[in-house]
Structures are given as C-alpha cells and as structure tokens.
Design a protein around this ligand. Structure first.
Ligand code: PHB
Length: 361
C-alpha cells in the first residue's frame, strides 16, 4: 500500500506507473458531436488536461438505450470508436493515461431519447422524482419498464461490447460506472430495486448484475486495467439505500477478491456535501484492500492530508480540473486556481470548456 505519500508521488496502477496521484474525475460535459461522436473540441479539452496522473473520461453510454442526456458521447458505433481514438492518441502524446467510463443510465432517461421512443429500463418500475434532460428541454421522468430476468444477459453483453470498443479506441483501461443512480447503482441500492428474482432482495442478489458486468468486462480487459466507481451516499437521481455500510461493504469486499485496478468512491453527495447517512469509507477501503481513489469536493489541503493518513491512494478532482487544465502544476506551485463556471458545465461550445486559462509563467 502507498502510505505516507503526497499528491506528487508516483503510483503504480495496474501495469502503469502514474506520474502523480491527481486524477481527473469523470465529468459529463454534453459536447459530443453528431451521432454522439467525440469531436475535435473534445480532443483539445482532454489533451489540455493530460498532466493528470490519470484521466477518467466522462460517462459514455455503452448502447443507444443507455443514453440519458443530450450530446453525451457513446462507445457503441465505429464512428464513436474513431472519435475516441483521436482523444486517446492526443492524451498519450502528452504522456497521459486515460480510462473510459462505461455507462448505462437505466431509468434516468426519457422515451424521447430512446430508440423507437420506448420506455427506459430499470430493475423495477419505480419513477425517479424530477425531470429528464431532453433535446426539447426538461420533461418529467416516466415510470421505467422493469427488465425481465431473461434480458439481463443482454445488458451484460452491452457492457462487454463497450469494453471491447474502448480497447479498440486505445484507452489504457475502463471504469465501470456503478454510481450516482444509474443502471448498476439502481440494482445495488434497495430504494430502486424491488425485484424478487435472483437480481433483487438480498445484497448478494442486488450486487449480481454488477459482478456479472465486471466478469464480462474482465474477459476483454485484464483485471489490472478495470476499475469500478461507487457512490454509497449520493441521493442524486432519487437514490436511497436502507443500509449503505452493509450494501457497499459487501460490494467492496467482493470486488476486492478480483484484484481490480482500483475502487473509485464518491464519498459525498453530488454537490460535495456530506449527507445525513454515514458510511465508514476507511472500512470500505480496507474491505476492498486494493488501490482506492477518493472523490468529492477535495481541496489541495484536504487531499494531501487524506493521502498522508492513508485514507486513499489517489484523489480525483472534478470541478477543479474542469476549470484548471494545468491543475497538477498549479497544485505544485500553490498557485491561484481558476473558478469553475457552472453555467457552462453542460453543453455549448469552447466557452467554459477549452478556454480556461493556463498559468502564465
Ligand atoms: C450528470 O450529467 O448530471 C451526471 C452524469 C453522470 C454522473 C453524475 C451526473 O455520474
């Protein structure tokens, strides 16, 4: 284990020697081109941030049904693979490393985003509160269609194909998105999973789909190049679990036996605030036993203290990396940081995307 270190000590991640422990967190930016294909604007954005020890791509749908927002990129067509290839080449040219985040939103979609206008799918027919982001603006979420048991193998196959495409696109690894109220998380937490088959009920059952997806993805990628992301206490997307310590302790322990590249945990809720529900994240880290990436509103100071205590091996920064393409250099020099501009987080052009300034030296 890599105890007593700081953000700038190199770290081994699977087969890779990362140059620092500063990870760029996955960030939805909704700026893919026609056909949900990454475009040259996206190449510039990621290349600007290649000094991260590791970049984790924005969430990327593994199949047309997995989409939940306008203009998010996919990894299910040949054009998308080609678009991503330009990005991984650009990041590698700058000596960076990049994993693709494999995504299926489940119920966090809308018929207007679905092929054929069908209902989005979910473990159970439970409607999330709030509105979907569609091309025609906000629309109330609908009650999703509960997946049949016989359909779940098809879902696993979609992740397997996404993983294969990520390999073809030149990524260094993949992260399975099992957080933030999307499909795999909908299965894990009991607020959204009321199934009575082998994929619902006990935590052993609720974790089954995630573990099958991990198994399929690790048939494509060596286990050392596969990570998993969890968010035990993020209520975003109407999520709730009656016992997150037990649920995610089980998941962490099971994933730990597989010797994956890492476990990546959003330790707060989406807005960077700790919710009422408490989870012992140090216990989660110890149950997993491998490389642990912490995320959630970290500053330089808190990340440094966290690593020194051995509470994480790496720290992922979202908003700070979005606003500071040269974040590692700024941290190293203790230089002032650009402030993130929330109004340009989602959608649009280069404004608030590739025009955040570098340090002037
Ligand atoms: C979002 O688009 O708001 C979003 C996407 C993926 C996440 C979290 C939030 O994991």
């Amino acid at each position: 284990m890599n105890y007593g270190t700081d953000l700038f000590s190199p770290v081994r991640l699977g087969p890779y020697e990362l140059r620092n422990r500063i990870v760029m967190a996955p960030l939805t930016r909704s700026r893919a081109g026609q056909g949900q294909v990454p475009q040259s604007l996206n190449v510039t954005y990621y290349q600007q941030r290649a000094s991260a020890g590791l970049i984790i791509s924005e969430a990327t749908q593994v199949c047309p049904e997995g989409v939940g927002y306008p203009n998010t990129p996919g990894i299910h067509s040949a054009e998308q693979v080609q678009g991503w290839r330009a990005i991984t080449d650009a990041v590698h040219q700058r000596g960076g490393r990049m994993f693709l985040q494999l995504w299926h939103v489940g119920r966090i979609s809308h018929p207007s985003l679905q092929p054929g206008g069908v209902l989005p799918v979910a473990p159970s027919a439970i409607r999330p509160e709030g509105d979907a982001f569609t091309y025609e603006g906000l629309k109330p979420f609908v009650t999703p269609r509960a997946l049949e048991t016989t359909e779940l193998q098809g879902i696993v196959d979609q992740y397997r194909r996404g993983a294969q495409h990520a390999l073809d696109a030149g990524f260094d690894g993949v992260e399975i998105h099992s957080a933030n109220g999307y499909l795999l998380d909908q299965f894990l937490r009991d607020g959204s999973n009321r199934r009575t088959d082998a994929y619902g009920g006990s935590i052993e059952h609720r974790a089954r789909l995630l573990l099958e997806v991990v198994e399929a993805v690790t048939q494509v990628w060596d286990v050392q190049r596969v990570g998993v992301r969890l968010s035990p206490i993020n209520p975003f997307n109407s999520m709730y679990d009656s016992d997150p310590d037990q649920t995610f302790g089980y998941v962490a322990e099971r994933l730990g036996t597989l010797k994956l590249a890492y476990l990546h945990v959003l330790e707060v809720d989406q807005s960077g605030v700790t919710t009422g529900q408490a989870v012992n994240f140090r216990r989660l880290r110890d149950l997993f036993g491998g490389t642990y990436i912490a995320n959630g509103g970290f500053t330089y100071e808190r990340a440094t203290a966290y690593l020194a205590r051995g509470d994480a091996d790496l720290v992922a920064f979202g908003q700070l990396f979005l606003a500071n393409p040269d974040l590692p250099e700024r941290f190293a020099k203790r230089a002032p940081l650009n402030q993130p501009q929330p109004e340009t987080f989602y959608g649009g052009d280069e404004k608030g995307y590739t025009d955040y300034p570098y340090l002037v030296s």
